[in-house]
Design a protein. Structure first.
Length: 360
């Protein structure tokens, strides 16, 4: 099992943006030093608590500050962008990083972004995402002239070509035919997991999914493998979790259950967002239970893997037995306010040095 980082990222809206950018960058630099395999950063245009509109821009600042870690978009919300722009910018990033890029894609998960880009309709947003990725992949293996006409897109280049000068050609990536693709999943029995497997992509299960939801993703993973005649090893499946590791179980629990700590802030924020969107089934093991039955303490207890290195090792072993043999564990990046940045860094260090070796 490999380890990585996944950051929405999420910070109190009152913190200066420059400060949280430095904090998030520092975590990825540390992850590289500790031997983490990859790090993903999310994208949101209309939320000051999730303050990175461009993961590519943010990650580009880390290319020369890291050596080995793969840098991933987590994710580029394709319905919010023109596919030709994404194709060109991802190709540029892939060259700048010399192939240390994982192209994370998704339909987007923030309602205000969906409204901003007029993609609130779930079915239409999903269609637009799949049309966009098909266009992007075709651009990367094609030469001009380009012509694309789908339900949601109509564009091309034919009248202004100057082939001998390269005018009209959209760049190809460094990794051919394209960078590895990863796609997110958070809904119970998400069809995107099966689709990802069938198309050779890596499915990524969100860290705020309940254990039952993660299990449902494994079932869809197996379904996808069966459809293409592939053995369901779980090697390319990525599962994100909140992880807190300390020297003792008691110390870890104190950090997790601290009302001023980042895990309380994280789940309090997300629960309120999901309640407003009528989408709490993502976090619930039993969707028939009323929302009122869930407290932040209960959510934290059920979705944070915490304890000493030995305890976390045992919990991860149990999690993989209960949900499926995921190949990569992505540690969710938490806010570092109130002195918790040091705790988060300690968790990363213990995960890399004391826990991860048990799964290799």
């Amino acid at each position: 099992m490999k380890i990585g980082l996944f950051g929405m990222p999420l910070h109190p809206a009152t913190r200066p943006m420059a400060e949280v950018y430095d904090e998030d960058a520092g975590r990825i630099i540390l992850a590289d030093q500790l031997g983490f395999h990859e790090a993903f950063i999310g994208e949101h245009q209309s939320c000051t608590t999730e303050p990175i509109p461009s993961p590519l821009m943010f990650l580009a600042s880390l290319i020369n500050q890291t050596k080995n870690i793969k840098l991933g978009s987590g994710v580029v919300a394709l319905p919010n962008h023109h596919p030709a722009m994404v194709a060109a910018q991802v190709a540029q990033f892939d060259h700048m990083s010399r192939g240390r890029f994982v192209f994370g894609i998704g339909p987007g998960g923030l309602a205000s972004d969906m409204e901003l880009f007029d993609v609130l309709d779930n079915e239409g947003r999903g269609e637009k995402m799949m049309e966009a990725i098909d266009i992007i992949l075709d651009i990367w293996v094609s030469e001009p002239p380009y012509s694309y006409k789908t339900k949601h897109y109509d564009f091309g280049i034919s009248q202004t070509l100057i082939p001998e000068l390269g005018v009209g050609s959209i760049p190809k990536p460094f990794q051919l035919p394209h960078p590895p693709i990863a796609s997110t999943a958070m809904s119970p029995y998400s069809g995107s997991v099966s689709t990802a497997v069938q198309r050779g992509w890596s499915p990524m299960s969100a860290n705020f999914c309940g254990v039952d939801v993660i299990l449902s993703h494994w079932k869809k993973y197996v379904e996808g493998c069966e459809k293409v005649g592939k053995e369901p090893t779980g090697d390319e499946w990525k599962v994100a979790r909140n992880i807190v590791i300390a020297k003792t179980d008691e110390e870890a629990r104190d950090r997790v259950m601290d009302p001023n700590g980042p895990n309380f802030f994280y789940f309090d924020y997300l629960w309120k967002v999901l309640v407003a969107a009528n989408y709490t089934a993502v976090m619930k093991g039993d969707s028939t239970e009323p929302d009122e039955a869930f407290t932040i303490e209960r959510l934290v207890e059920s979705m944070v893997v915490y304890g000493s290195p030995d305890t976390v090792t045992q919990k991860l072993e149990t999690l993989r037995k209960e949900t499926g043999p995921f190949g990569t564990l992505l540690m969710a990046m938490m806010d570092g306010s109130n002195g918790f940045d040091a705790h988060e860094r300690e968790s990363m260090k213990l995960l890399a040095e004391k826990v991860a070796p048990n799964f290799r």
